[in-house]
Design a protein around this ligand. Sequence first.
Ligand code: NAD
Length: 474
Amino acid sequence: MTVATMDSSAVSDADSGEGLNASALVAGLRTYFHSGTTADPGWRRQQLGQLRKMLVDNERRFLEALEQDLHKAPLEAFMTEVSATCGDIDHALKHLKKWVQPRRASTPMVAQPGKSYIQPEPLGVVLIIGAWNYPLQLLLSPLVPAIAAGNCAVLKPSELAPATSALVAELLPRYLDSDAFAVVEGAVPETSALLEQRWDHILYTGGGKVGKIVMSAAARHLTPVTLELGGKSPCIVADDADIEVTARRIAWGKFTNAGQTCIAPDYLLCTRTTAERLLPAIERATRAMFGERPRDSKDYGRIINSRHAQRIANYIDDGEVAFGGETDIENRYIAPTLLRNVGLETAVMQEEIFGPVLPVIELDDFGQVEQFVNDREKPLALYVFTSSDSTANRLLARCSSGNACVNDCMMFMAAHELPFGGVGPSGMGAYHGEHGFRTFSHYKAVMKRSYLFDLDLRYAPFTARKFNLLRLLR
Ligand code: NAD
């Protein structure tokens, strides 16, 4: 375990959370926060610029670390981790001036002369807990709005992606103000020690089970949380969908990062007739991307560890393999796999798959899709492929989900102005762009009164004249 920060009393090489002096770490950051340095928009800009510089200067090392942790192809790692985070930074730099501005609000007659406005202010010291599947992006993308909003932050990368975690811990203090930001590496003991502390906000990305631990720890201090969780995201394909384009986009959405994406399509929902055309098309699209032997493709990822590889491999027994199905647990390889005839009570249809196995639920009638989705927990993402606007709109209106995309998978992530977050068991709160700035800010209501005159209406003694006047001014 390492702590990369400014205060040597908070640094420890001990192998457990006990070696981490989390309270000293937070106290140091809080003192710095109260110095007012982070409130200066110029400082925020400079820190965002430095974060970008860290990514650009060390692009090769980050791509190597991601290759080591997840066998990510350099192009994929660049697109989904490095470039995606740089895009967030650029967007924040472009809009920061507007975001930090106070917003005018109207002032009622009874408070005249006066003016009212809403002033965004930083929350203080925030904790960002990252997940392993996009170990760079899911750690740094939330940091961007935390900086933009003027906070100090502690980052806790996922221990399951050790190369990326170590690299962030090494580089971040070299580029950012280490009085304001720290990286704490480690696993459950370190995270637990951090969660004991009073934070001004916690943003956690990961599974719901740990999400509950985070939320109950936060409740002890009445700390607000943003929980970026997961779930089973349905992918609905209507009979009128363009099959070739749909198949290609689904294969991309499902098999990127070997299916270890929180917003990957979890299962396919279509009629039997559409399945007959769609499944061979997904197989063709997958072969076009990764060849006849995906295990030899440098562009196809590996599962994060053999425990998860075994978990995913077990799902394959829950249905009939339409294509794929090969596994090599030792080498963390699971082939892109389509499953048919899957029982609804099996694990593959009860748990979030988070791997490259795609079960297909074939319905007699497309009209059943809505109920199928609504009989289950609210998902993080909902995908609808159709040429009909009314089909898309009906499903969007009737099925709740954190995010939704019509005729593509995952691409809403690229739109900086869209909030990213779940609903119900798939999460709470959101970030990206200004939504992230809001997450890490308090919108303080301010009214400024003038000394010009002072109506005596609200002061006792309460007379009939005052009552009548008050009615008029209301
Ligand atoms: P993980 O194992 O990396 O855990 C996430 C973080 O929680 C890590 O930093 C880890 O150290 C910490 N943690 C683990 N156990 C803990 C405990 N007992 N107490 C305190 N902290 C603990 O990630 P995971 O949970 O395996 O991630 C997979 C899940 O995350 C999936 O459900 C996926 O859908 C979800 N996810 C969501 C998003 C999103 O943005 N909504 C993104 C990626 C992953």
